[in-house]
Write a protein that binds this ligand. Structure first.
Ligand SMILES: [Cu+2]
Length: 144
């Protein structure tokens, strides 16, 4: 690869670390645009951008993740007490796994106003649990 490649334009930058996904430049908006995704962490990460039910709170999301963790440990299907990710989500984009220190650019198409979750499920290098179980998610409201 040539050293001096032009950087693609992007509407927002997401930065992944242990264990967080933050909007570090620009902002997530409605419409179609490119998002830059940086892995500034020590482990591989990815980001899923998922539309969820409007107004979903962090507490509701962590409850569902706890229920998934219980399910993974017991081998029984999750019994969701409130927020059900199987029925109340709509995948928008997925970055694919990125190595430490890499960037990639992903295209978002026709993003609608609403509540979104940025989340990583890459298995942790220490305990094998998906990073989301370590708190690697962020709830973002996209205004209309
Ligand atoms: Cu991760």
């Amino acid at each position: 690869m040539p050293a001096e490649l032009p950087e693609p334009g992007s509407g927002a930058t997401l930065t992944m670390t242990e264990y967080a996904i933050e909007v570090t430049a620009g902002e997530l908006t409605t419409g179609s645009y490119v998002v830059r995704v940086d892995n500034a962490g020590a482990q591989p990460h990815f980001v899923g951008i998922v539309k969820v039910r409007d107004g979903l709170t962090e507490e509701q999301l962590t409850t569902a993740l706890d229920e998934e963790m219980q399910s993974a440990m017991t081998g029984t299907p999750p019994a969701y007490s409130d927020f059900n990710p199987d029925e109340e989500t709509d995948d928008v984009a997925f970055s694919g796994t990125q190595s430490t220190g890499t960037s990639q650019w992903i295209q978002l198409m026709d993003v609608q106003a609403g509540t979104y979750v940025l989340i990583c499920f890459f298995p942790d290098i220490k305990d094998g649990a998906p990073h989301a179980f370590h708190g690697m998610y962020e709830i973002v409201e996209i205004a209309g």
